[in-house]
Ligand binder design. Structure first.
Ligand SMILES: Cc1ncc(COP(=O)(O)O)c(C=O)c1O
Length: 409
């Protein structure tokens, strides 16, 4: 039997195993632009599952900016940033992103990436390399996003950094570990808004610990940038913190409606990451037209329209919190557009997602390893393009589905 055939057998076995555990993921194709109503399999569905929190992904001004960017800069960057791919559009965007966080990070400088996944890998592996082999400690929140987990694993493999997990809702054990840590480099890594629960990290307390125990604090604000703070500058603006110990990551494919991400930190950290961040060095720069489009997105986020969109979003969140009552299911309300409904088993989550689909809603079941075993859920997300009626209708539909499921069980 050839090696390839053995590998094929293994793949078939593993996939069958995923099927048995109800863990197989399925791709569904959206036939329309990202918005609150989409077409899937030629059926209109109301979508409550994207991260397009401000409803900018299909905004006419951004569509026009992308076309303009294409005319100005072409469609490809042609090379990595350090070769010849760094265009004036990237430069302008990075300066604007640094300005967004400059009240919170002294001498702020920003570095633009094609995705948040890469930005996180770059930041963690790059920072860990500041210390000699085996002389760094990384403290990572237990419920951090996969991109942070992978960044921490890679950094540990590359630099022999010590890794410890902590509970972001109870920082006692983190403090205890920091107190005893004699390594010259300590890095705390945390989601700003936890992507599957919607709760917000205690960034002031974490910064206090970072200052007390001479650590760096890296905050991945993928779900906060654009959403939190008066101007939408994210968790640092909302918390009102300021420190050169903060390494901030914001993503631009969620509330900003486009694509990409950035690391913002004090100048000398960014200079280091340019020198040693392998994803930055060895990857083709994002098309400059995307950077050009993002400049328009940032204008919307900071301006009157962004303020109005955040107000609408917060109204929808409040309606959900006030009016969604389940008799048995567990709702863990958050103050962000991410609202989980915990259903427990994979079978329950899949059954409810299917009933929602039949009722005309797109809210997929989220299962392990994205969430801990036994906490499979619906991850409901709101967009400023949803109306109050959209949210009230969803609430009614969910109440009916809960009664149906419970009376059948
Ligand atoms: C918390 C968090 N960080 C990072 C990312 C990755 O960002 P991107 O989708 O831009 O790669 C995600 C994506 O969902 C996320 O939820």
């Amino acid at each position: 039997m050839s090696k390839l055939f053995t590998a094929r057998n293994m793949a078939e076995h593993q996939i069958a195993d995923l099927d048995t555990q109800l863990l197989r993921r399925k791709l569904r194709t959206n036939e329309s632009p990202c918005d609150t109503k989409v077409y899937v399999d030629q059926r209109e569905l109301k979508a409550f599952c994207s991260n397009d929190y401000l409803g900018l992904a299909n905004h006419p001004e951004l569509i026009a900016a992308l076309a303009e960017g294409g005319k100005l800069y072409g469609v490809g960057s042609g090379a990595s940033h350090l070769i010849s791919g760094h265009s004036i559009a990237h430069d302008l965007l990075e300066k604007k992103l640094a300005a967004c966080e400059s009240k919170h990070i002294p001498n702020a400088r920003a570095l633009f990436f094609s995705t948040g996944y890469l930005a996180n890998i770059n930041a963690i592996t790059g920072l860990a390399r500041l210390a000699e082999q085996g002389k760094a400690s990384i403290y990572s929140a237990k419920l951090n996003h996969a991109s942070l987990i992978d960044g921490v694993r890679l950094a540990s493999a590359q630099t022999k950094a010590k890794v410890a997990l902590f509970d972001h809702q109870n920082l006692d054990s983190l403090e205890e570990s920091l107190k005893q840590d004699t390594h010259p480099l300590k890095l705390i890594v945390v989601d700003g808004v936890f992507s599957m629960d919607g709760d917000i990290a205690p960034v002031e307390k974490l910064l206090h610990l970072a200052e007390q125990y001479d650590a760096l604090l890296m905050v991945d604000d993928a779900h906060g940038f654009g959403v939190l703070g008066e101007q939408g500058h994210g968790i640092l603006e909302q918390a009102g913190v300021h420190s050169e110990r903060i390494i901030y990551v914001g993503t631009l494919g969620k509330a900003a409606g486009v694509s990409g991400a950035f690391i913002c930190a004090t100048e000398f950290f960014i200079e280091w990451l340019i020198q040693k961040g392998r994803p930055y060095i060895y990857s083709t720069a994002t098309p400059p037209a995307i950077a050009h489009t993002l400049l328009s997105s940032l204008k919307l986020i900071e301006g009157a329209e962004g303020i109005a969109r955040r107000k609408q979003l917060n109204e929808l969140i409040q309606i959900w919190r006030d009016e969604m009552t389940f008799s048995g299911w567990k709702k863990t309300p958050s103050s962000t557009p991410i609202q989980p409904v915990i259903l427990g088993s994979n079978a329950n989550a899949l059954a409810v997602a299917k009933l929602l689909d039949e009722a005309g809603y797109w809210i997929p079941a989220i299962r392990p390893p994205t969430v801990p075993v036994g906490s499979s859920r619906l991850r409901i997300t709101f967009s400023a393009n949803h109306t109050v009626d959209d949210v009230r209708e969803l609430i009614q539909v969910l109440k009916i589905i809960e009664q149906t499921v419970e009376s059948n069980s």
